[in-house]
Design a protein around this ligand. Structure first.
Ligand code: HEC
Length: 294
């Protein structure tokens, strides 16, 4: 933080009781407050880096972002804080347009939002450009950010939030904090062993299951050692359907807590069609095992 101008401390002591001094103190305080809020925008660590299929695009400081994009106030229920929150924030679609100026549309790409602590959230491009997605850079309720999550982390300098009430589910609308990088990836290129084998059209159940897996499961589960590490790899050394009956896997995905208390969330909204597709994908992967340890 810049040191505040010292208008008050330079005044003779005799003036302290006077109205003029009171005014000077108030003025000095106002300057301190505005210096603090400007300091946040000047913070050299508050930058976002953009990478397009491995090619670095730009690292944009918060100050530039707020000069180029209109700042909004976002308010609403936050599922991490479990209460209403208010933030100063930038519409994500505008941030992406600034970071990836050559991309006309992000509808057909995948995005990875990388946090400074190593967490990575995967988004379909179409999800990232949904109205209601914002990059928050200032907590308007608690100066310097209210701590978040079980580790009481500082979510700054950037915290992804969603403004609409139907976007409050963390499963479908993730909220990565400590956001540092946004990358466009071609999923199949970055994770070549997660794709179901054979030529399959877009309506093939395994193709649809693969899409659901990428969006809902991949952040926690690996497939052929590629992906998240929170839950078990679902294909190697043995495919989950090689040691669990299909009905049990379905019921588990729908609501794991009916089996045991653990860290996997339920998926009540997938429905039979979604579960059919996931089972088709998991089943297809039996014929495509890849274990770099072999
Ligand atoms: C937030 C992390 C997380 C997400 C998201 C997640 N899982 Fe899990 N999953 C786990 C963990 C952790 C386990 C290990 C057991 C436990 O803690 O309940 C697990 C276990 C499993 C199992 C093994 C059950 C068994 O019989 O041992 C299956 C199958 C499974 N998950 C499938 C899925 C599918 C399919 C999805 C996506 C629709 C998914 N999971 C999403 C964390 C997750």
């Amino acid at each position: 933080m810049r040191s505040p101008p010292s208008a008050a401390s330079g005044l003779p002591a005799a003036l302290w009781g006077s109205a003029r001094a009171g005014l000077a103190v108030a003025l000095a305080l106002a300057l301190v407050v505005s210096a603090c809020s400007r300091a946040r925008e000047d913070d050299p660590r508050a930058t976002l880096t953009f990478i397009d299929e491995g090619r670095p695009q730009a690292t944009i400081p918060l100050k530039t972002l707020t000069q180029r994009i209109q700042v909004d106030e976002v308010r609403g229920y936050d599922p991490y804080y479990k209460k209403d929150k208010r933030f100063r924030a930038l519409p994500l679609a505008r941030v992406l347009a600034l970071g990836f100026p050559e991309r006309r549309s992000l509808d057909d790409v995948e995005l990875v939002f990388r946090a400074a602590d190593g967490y990575a959230a995967y988004f379909r491009g179409a999800l990232a450009t949904e109205a209601g997605a914002y990059v928050a850079f200032e907590d308007l309720d608690v100066a310097g950010w209210e701590p978040i999550g079980p580790q009481r982390a500082n979510p700054g300098p950037f915290y992804l939030v969603w403004s609409k009430s139907e976007q409050a589910d963390l499963e479908t609308h993730p909220r990565p904090w400590q956001l540092a990088k946004i990358e466009i990836v071609r999923f199949e290129a970055a994770y070549p062993h997660t794709k179901p084998p054979g030529e399959r059209g877009p309506d093939d159940p395994a193709t649809r299951g693969y899409a659901i897996f990428r969006e809902r499961c991949f952040k926690c589960h690996a497939m052929n050692r590629e992906g998240g590490r929170v839950g078990p790899d679902l294909n190697v050394p043995r495919n989950i359907l090689e040691y669990r009956p299909e009905e049990q896997v379905r019921a588990y995905i729908r609501d794991p807590s009916t089996f045991r208390y653990g860290n996997m969330p339920p998926h009540p909204d997938l429905g039979d069609a979604g579960l059919d597709a996931l089972i088709a994908y998991l089943g297809a992967m039996k014929d495509r095992k890849h274990d770099p340890k072999d």
